[in-house]
Design a protein around this ligand. Structure first.
Ligand SMILES: [Zn+2]
Length: 422
C-alpha cells in the first residue's frame, strides 16, 4: 500500500513555507550564484551583458534583476548553433551532461547531473504523490525530456514507475488494472480516452482501477474535464506548468487557487515589450531564471502570458500564485499604446451566450488605429451592451460587426487579427 492517507498535507521542501523576506533572501542567494557562474563561464551570457554595458557585479539584489537583458526563447535556436557547447550557453562540456534532448523548434535541451534537475519533486508532492505509489508515466521518453523529466520527481518521492510512454490505450488499460496503478502522469485528455475505452470494455473505473492521484500538464486543463475525471475515477488531479528548457515553473497545491511558483527558479511577470516587471494582478510575459549552473538561462522570456494572484493561499505555501497561462505573447497586439489580450476579450464576451465566436480585427486606415469586433451571432442581437462590455474590459472602443456566417471565423473560433500596415 502507498502512504497515501495524507495526499493533501505536508510539504516537500522547507522553502515552500518560508516567510516572504526569508524566501526572497533564499532566491537571491541562488540567483547570485547562477549569475556568478554564468559571468565566469558562459560566453553567450557575457556577450549579452556586454551589449547592455553591464557587469554581473552591478546586480546587487533581486531588485536589480530586471536590469539584465532578457533572453527571448525564439533566440535560443540560433544561439545554440553559434559554436561548441551550445554556443557557449553551457558552462560545462556537453559530454558531462546526463541527458541531451531535442524538443520541437528544434531546441536542444540539456540535462545536467544534479538530483531533481528539473525541479518537479515539490510539484508532485503538492499534487498528492506519496512514497510507494505505483505510477504510470504516459509522457514520451523519446527526443523530448517530458518522460524522464516527469519520472525523476517520482523517484525522489519514492514511487515505482511504469514507463508506458504515450499511445497504446489498450496496453495502458491492461497495465493500470494489472499492476494496481495508483498514480497517473500525462495529459488529462489522454486519461479521458483511457476512461472512455475502459468503460466501453465493461470495466468499472472505481472497482477495476486503483487510480488515486494524477499530475497533468502540456495542455490547457478545462475545469469541467478535471471534475469529470476526478469524479469518474474518484481521484485527485492537479496540474503543473513547466517547459522543456526550464523544467518546473509553477504547480497547483490541494487548494487549486492558482499555481505556486517553484522554489528552484526566479520568476518575473514582465511587460512583453520592455521586459520590466509588472505589479501583481497585471498580465504579462513569464520570464524565468532557473537555478541550473550548467545551463544558466538567465531571464528566459518564455512567450507565455500569466499574472500573479494578489491572494494568499491557505495551504501554507508562501510562494506567489500564478493565475494559469493566459495565452501567448504572439497572440497579443499593442494598440493605441496598450496591450490587448485574447483572454481579456474572451472574458468580456463571456457574458453573452448569444455570441458563438468573435474576432477582433485591428486596421489603420490613414495611419490611425481602428478596432472592429466581429461577432458570430444573430442579426437581431443588440450590440450596445456588447460594445459597453468590451470598452469596460479593454478600455478601448471597437466597432461591433455582426456576422451570421461561420466561414468568416477561424477554425479555432476566436482570436485577434492584426491587419495594420506601416
Ligand atoms: Zn496553496
Amino acid at each position: 500500500m502507498s502512504e497515501s492517507g495524507n495526499r493533501k498535507k505536508g510539504f516537500f521542501h522547507e522553502v515552500e513555507t518560508m516567510d516572504p523576506d526569508q524566501r526572497r533572501a533564499y532566491l537571491w542567494d541562488k540567483a547570485r550564484h547562477i549569475l556568478n557562474v554564468a559571468g565566469d563561464k558562459s560566453g553567450a551570457f557575457r556577450q549579452r551583458m556586454e551589449k547592455a554595458g553591464l557587469e554581473p557585479g552591478q546586480i546587487k539584489s533581486l531588485d536589480d534583476w530586471h536590469l539584465i537583458p532578457a533572453l527571448p526563447k525564439k533566440d535560443l535556436v540560433h544561439l545554440q548553433t553559434a559554436g561548441p557547447d551550445l554556443g557557449g550557453l553551457l558552462t560545462c562540456p556537453t559530454g558531462r551532461l546526463r541527458h541531451i534532448y531535442m524538443s520541437p523548434g528544434p531546441i536542444v535541451d540539456p540535462e545536467a547531473r544534479q538530483r531533481d534537475y528539473w525541479g518537479f519533486a515539490e510539484a508532485f508532492y503538492a499534487a498528492g504523490f506519496r512514497k510507494s505509489d505505483i505510477v504510470q508515466m504516459t509522457f514520451s521518453y523519446h527526443f523530448t525530456p517530458a518522460g524522464l523529466m516527469m519520472e525523476e520527481p517520482l523517484h525522489e518521492i519514492g514511487c515505482a514507475v511504469f514507463p508506458a510512454g504515450p499511445g497504446n490505450t489498450e496496453g495502458q488499460i491492461e497495465a493500470m488494472t494489472r499492476l494496481g496503478v495508483t498514480g497517473y502522469v500525462g495529459m488529462a485528455s489522454f486519461l479521458k480516452i483511457i476512461a472512455d475505452r475502459a468503460e466501453k470494455k465493461g470495466l468499472d473505473l472505481r472497482k477495476d482501477f486503483r487510480l488515486d492521484v494524477a499530475f497533468v500538464a502540456a495542455e490547457r486543463l478545462a475545469e469541467s474535464l478535471r471534475t469529470e475525471l476526478e469524479d469518474r475515477f474518484s481521484m485527485q488531479i492537479r496540474q503543473g506548468y513547466g517547459t522543456a528548457d526550464l523544467g518546473c515553473i509553477a504547480y497547483e497545491c490541494p487548494e487549486k487557487k492558482g499555481m505556486h511558483l517553484s522554489s528552484r527558479c526566479y520568476v518575473e511577470i514582465c511587460d512583453p515589450e520592455t521586459k520590466k516587471p509588472l505589479p501583481a494582478g497585471q498580465t504579462g510575459e513569464v520570464v524565468v531564471t532557473p537555478f541550473n549552473p550548467d545551463y544558466p538561462l538567465i531571464r528566459l522570456a518564455t512567450g507565455d502570458l500569466s499574472a500573479f494572484s494578489t491572494q494568499q493561499c491557505p495551504c501554507g505555501r508562501t510562494a506567489p500564485l500564478l493565475q494559469g497561462i493566459l495565452g501567448r505573447v504572439d497572440d497579443i497586439i499593442k494598440i493605441k499604446g496598450q496591450f490587448v489580450y485574447p483572454a481579456q476579450v474572451a472574458e468580456a464576451m463571456a457574458g453573452f451566450p448569444g455570441i458563438r465566436a468573435w474576432k477582433l480585427v485591428a486596421t489603420n486606415p490613414g495611419g490611425r488605429d481602428r478596432l472592429s469586433l466581429n461577432i458570430l451571432a444573430s442579426r437581431e442581437m443588440d450590440t450596445i451592451p456588447v460594445s459597453r462590455a468590451f470598452q469596460d474590459k479593454i478600455k478601448l472602443r471597437a466597432e461591433i460587426v455582426i456576422s451570421d456566417n461561420k466561414a468568416d471565423f477561424s477554425d479555432a473560433g476566436s482570436g485577434i487579427e492584426d491587419l495594420r500596415t506601416w
